[in-house]
Design a protein around this ligand. Structure first.
Ligand SMILES: [Zn+2]
Length: 247
């Protein structure tokens, strides 16, 4: 399959607005598969869209809120108990991912973090800075402004000669511009339509910077009811569960 295939397995906010599943974006290129974010509903996403969990090579996490990383304990337990995974599982996310994942596993399934697994879990903690190779792609991070007990990252990945930038959840900070600019696809949070909300982007925030960021294609995601009420009247595309495209 040429190019970079992007499929929204979950396009919602934390609260199920619009009936959408939580953040979970499947990236496929040259026989590899990575999830970009893994919200608490990620296993439902995989089942709904027929994605075999063992076909996922790695999971890249933007920040440590449940609607973005809360699916990891379920993914890991499924890998151990049902999918019988043997291949290493590569995880990458903000500094602090390793201890927070252990805590999340213990809160949800006490004892689960200590059980011997038949596969290795390799955790890479990403800091803002130069691009690094991870799971067959190039990934670069910048720190946004979103209180989550650890740095919240905006991410830029390059794979199959294509670039994808993802805001994650963040209030706008100018430090994000270099990372988000000029990508073939910009996936941007649009939590509210116009109303400024601390620690989040509105659709208006993103559109005000669209010219400067100059994405090849722009897709809004992570929409609350307020934003969903404007879908169809916006100068831009909106994600929906199941939406797929090829860059
Ligand atoms: Zn979120």
């Amino acid at each position: 399959m040429p190019g970079l295939k992007v499929q929204f397995l979950g396009s919602g906010d934390a609260f199920g607005h619009g009936g959408c599943l939580q953040a979970c974006i499947l990236l496929q290129w040259e026989g590899r598969r990575v999830l970009l974010d893994c919200g608490a509903s990620a296993m439902i996403s995989l089942q709904r869209y027929g994605v075999e969990p063992n076909s996922i090579h790695g999971i890249l996490i933007s920040h440590l809120h449940g609607d973005h990383f809360g699916g990891l304990p379920f993914f890991i337990l499924d890998a151990q108990l049902h999918s019988k995974r043997t291949a290493p599982l590569l995880l990458a996310g903000p500094v602090g991912l390793a201890p927070r994942l252990e805590q999340a596993m213990e809160v949800n399934f006490p004892g689960s973090s200590q059980i011997q697994r038949k596969f290795a879990t390799q955790i890479t903690e990403l800091a803002p800075g130069p691009a690094q190779d991870w799971c067959g792609l190039s990934v670069r991070a910048a720190e946004g402004l979103h209180a989550s007990g650890a740095p919240a990252l905006a991410l830029r990945i390059e794979a199959a000669g294509k670039s994808l930038a993802y805001t994650g959840d963040t209030q706008w900070v100018d430090d994000l511009s270099p990372l988000l600019s000029g990508a073939d696809l910009l996936i941007a949070e649009a939590y509210f339509h116009e109303r400024p909300i601390k620690f989040h982007l509105s659709c208006t925030d993103v559109l005000a910077r669209r010219g400067a960021l100059n994405p090849g294609r722009l897709i809004f995601t992570h929409m609350s009811q307020d934003m969903l009420a404007h879908v169809g009247e916006l100068p831009g595309e909106t994600a929906d569960d199941g939406l797929e495209l090829i860059l």
